[in-house]
Design a protein around this ligand. Structure first.
Ligand code: SF4
Length: 173
């Protein structure tokens, strides 16, 4: 299965749409505790995006290119190109994934507290959509569109290995 030198723009846009939808649902749900909680959550999500650019994208094969997650073209605007060798050398642990998981854990826990305080079907729908997008949406984006055709995964990618994918030419997706 051929990997993309530059991903079709619709895949990058789809990934960005899913990410923004998850952040937007989180902000809307946590606004139930007051606007300052929603703002803090949004700042947390922005910090996480900057961390991905700083720690991964600078060393990635898709630096300056259209990648499956839509950040490759963005990173040269803020950060100088790093060293591709460092990308494969990165240590990947589930503990290091925790900040990513908190993006949906915060609004889900917050939503449950708000539901206990006062039941609303709207909140149930928002929470269900958030969980489906966070698990199903991300799984489809990465499994069917992004990682499946990613040159960096072919070269070597600790995250792909951790999720059971193989790198260095052999693929299992
Ligand atoms: S594939 Fe991942 S690490 Fe590479 S530029 Fe895109 S978002 Fe960054």
């Amino acid at each position: 299965m051929e990997s993309y030198e530059n991903f079709p723009i619709w895949i990058a846009l789809l990934s960005i749409l899913v990410a923004i939808s998850i952040y937007g649902l989180g902000v809307y749900i946590l606004a139930g505790f007051g606007i300052w909680v929603a703002v803090l959550y949004l700042l947390y999500c922005l910090w996480l995006e900057v961390e991905v650019l700083r720690r991964s994208c600078v060393d990635c094969y898709y630096y300056g290119k259209v990648c499956g997650l839509g950040k490759g073209k963005l990173v040269p605007l803020f950060l100088k190109k790093g060293d591709p060798k460092k990308f494969a050398e990165r240590e990947f642990t589930w503990y290091k994934m925790l900040p990513d998981f908190l993006v949906f854990i915060f609004p889900v826990l917050g939503g449950i507290v708000l539901l206990v305080r006062g039941f609303s079907w709207l909140l149930v729908i928002l929470l269900t959509t958030l969980i489906v997008l966070s698990f199903g949406g991300n799984a489809v984006i990465r499994g069917q569109f992004a990682c499946k055709y990613c040159k960096q995964r072919e070269i070597d990618c600790p995250a792909a290995k951790a999720f059971g994918g193989k790198t260095a030419g052999k693929q299992t997706f």
